[in-house]
Design a protein. Sequence first.
Length: 154
Amino acid sequence: MNCTDLHEVTDLLYLYSECVDTRRFDRLGEIFATDAEVDLGYGAWQSIDTIIAGYQRLLAPVAGTAHSLSNVRLQLDAGSGRSTAYVHAWHWMPREAGEAVDQPADFLFVALYRDDLVKLDDVGWRIRRRRARRVGPTALAAGAVPASMSPNGG
């Protein structure tokens, strides 16, 4: 494990948050391998096209997000590795004038990302497999959580 690899993988993890929060789903191919698998707890997505479509669908009802990563830990070998990082992901729902008690929930998703990494000759480090394990029983929310984001998928 060298400093360049550590920097590149850490930057890759932060780029993920930036791309999701700015809705640049077209850039997820810079983060995930083409044959990647992602499971955030709503069912697994396999292949980069399915991953992009999954994020588009999952976050369509959300007005904005802020994914903050912390406690990043890396184990890297010559061409593969693993990472873990805690994510605190705020999700803000659209508001209609006059909404009160039954308004859509703003909520905080707290989880541990566990990633399998691969270093590809032509493009560098990519996430080959991501698993999110929730910390706590569910997201912290006030209001009604949309069905697409409930633990059982609605």
